[in-house]
Design a protein around this ligand. Structure first.
Ligand code: GDP
Ligand code: GDP
Length: 438
């Protein structure tokens, strides 16, 4: 289920980052834990009384250019506003209302979104009167808080949950169309691909307006199957501005991936695979969603009989964490091999839904253990009692052992790889958990 997105917006120095860190606290979700991916705190999972939401901090972004901080702030805020289900407009109760606050408030008003007004730095009760002047922003009732002292945060969180509550009740039942996210760094050809798919005569297309996000999902039928292509069309209006902010393309990708069941990761074949491609692919991998790596613009590549193999090797190298993902080569421009995309989607979908009987899993496990003895520590040897596939989409296994501290990472890796090999899970991530049974 997609989590609601809450963005904290406001001019610099009002305390956005301080609030962000306070709310996310120790439980900070490292956004991407793929090796080589920088840890970034602009987006994190937050929770209040069993309600989860995604929090975006617009304060953690360094301006690209130093000359116009206000402009940068505006761009960042606009992106966040576009993405969010709820805006928390933050102002500084010690400084009082400024013209920049008004500017931000006006910008928010244009967007017809839910807004909460948080007056920060109200560090004590006798400062509460400072909050009233912010009624003049026309945003609504000011909530006095102190991010630093932790005052008023419970009330703020209550209000946040109140406003986003309806998103939790939203049902996505009786929709058995497969949700497919199309992600990739700017200019890889996402729009071209989607437009080309929509232009194909044998595809029946309709827009589904009114989804909770700004994205316009597109329904597509291919070979008798229905799909929903998820992209962030709502953001495309101001495409040029957004492209300047690399990190936001990550945030957009996360929002799309979290709603999807299969992810198409586009790579620009004319450029080759880059570090940013790895970052973006990591988003799907970290969430265990089956992905297909699509090398686009293959028409623009000068090829000989080694080019494709070389590109595959480069990709396997750069995206070594997701060696299970199929790679296909297309041209969104000419429409070459678009059918292959849907065939491959069907393939990874069925791989991800594969179920292995408990009998077979344990038979295999016994064999793995025989081929490679489990590690031991201080004279105590790891014992594997029993294993079972507990879920599909993606296939998820649990192994019961005598002592989890004896499970060395490399041995777990070994078991995972053997499982994958033995039961042919190519095309899907698998999850693997170890539990103790005394
Ligand atoms: P951002 O630019 O909006 O992200 O602002 P920061 O979170 O970086 O905070 C800017 C400054 O305000 C820092 O020096 C913080 O320590 C300070 N600050 C943040 N929250 C509070 C607060 O509740 N009370 C006071 N007195 N200072 C605060
Ligand atoms: P997006 O930012 O990922 O949505 O990328 P676009 O769809 O806007 O494409 C960026 C540029 O790449 C445009 O100039 C496209 O015409 C071009 N492009 C997209 N797909 C292909 C392709 O398959 N072959 C070639 N040669 N160019 C492409």
């Amino acid at each position: 289920m997609p989590k609601p997105i809450v963005a904290v917006v406001g001019r610099p120095n009002v305390g956005k980052s301080t609030l962000f860190n306070k709310l996310v606290g120790e439980r900070i979700a490292i956004v991407e834990d793929t090796p080589g991916v920088t840890r970034d705190r602009i987006i994190a999972d937050a929770e209040w009384q069993n309600h989860h939401f995604t929090l975006i901090d617009t304060g953690g972004i360094e301006p690209h250019t130093k000359d116009d901080i206000l402009l940068q702030m505006r761009v960042q805020a606009e992106v966040a506003i576009d993405m969010a289900d709820l805006i928390v407009l933050m102002v500084d109760g010690r400084e009082g209302m400024t013209s920049s606050d008004l500017e931000v408030a006006n910008m928010i008003r244009k967007h017809d979104k839910d807004v909460l007004l948080a007056v920060n730095k109200v560090d004590s009760r006798n400062l509460e009167n400072n909050a009233y002047e912010f009624y003049n922003l026309g945003i609504g009732e000011p909530l006095a808080i102190s991010a630093e002292q932790g005052l008023g945060l419970g009330d703020l969180l209550d209000e946040i949950i109140n406003h986003v509550k309806r998103y939790y009740d939203e049902e996505e039942t009786d929709d058995d169309r497969l949700k497919v996210a199309v992600i990739g760094k700017p200019n890889v050809g996402k729009s071209t691909l989607i437009n080309k798919i929509l232009g194909e005569e044998r595809l029946i297309v309709s827009d589904i307006p009114g989804t909770t996000r700004d994205a316009v999902d597109t329904s597509v039928r291919y070979d008798g199957e229905d799909y929903v292509l998820i992209d962030t069309a709502g953001l495309r209006r101001k495409k040029k501005i957004y492209e300047d902010i690399e990190r936001y393309s990550i945030v957009r990708a996360i929002a799309a991936v979290e709603r999807s069941q299969v992810v198409l990761v586009l790579i620009d074949g004319s450029q080759g695979v880059t570090e940013q491609d790895a970052k973006i692919a990591g988003i799907a991998h970290n969430r265990s969603i089956p992905s297909i790596i699509i090398v686009n613009k293959w028409d623009a590549v000068e090829k000989d009989n080694k080019t494709m193999k070389k590109m595959e090797d480069d990709i396997r190298d750069a995206l070594s964490f997701m060696d299970y993902a199929p790679i296909i080569f297309i041209s969104a421009k000419t429409g070459q091999r678009l059918g292959k995309i849907f065939e491959t989607i069907e393939f990874v979908k069925s791989q991800s839904a594969k179920r292995i009987t408990t009998g077979k899993v344990n038979e295999a496990l016994a064999e793995f253990v025989m081929m490679k003895q489990p590690p031991s520590k201080h004279g105590r040897r790891l014992k594997l009692y029993y294993a079972s596939q507990v879920a599909i989409n993606p296939p998820t296994f649990v192994v019961f052992v005598n002592d989890t501290t004896l499970v060395h990472f490399s041995y777990q890796r070994y078991l995972e790889n053997k499982l994958r090999e033995t039961f042919d899970f190519f095309g899907t991530p698998i999850r693997f958990f170890v539990r103790e049974r005394k």
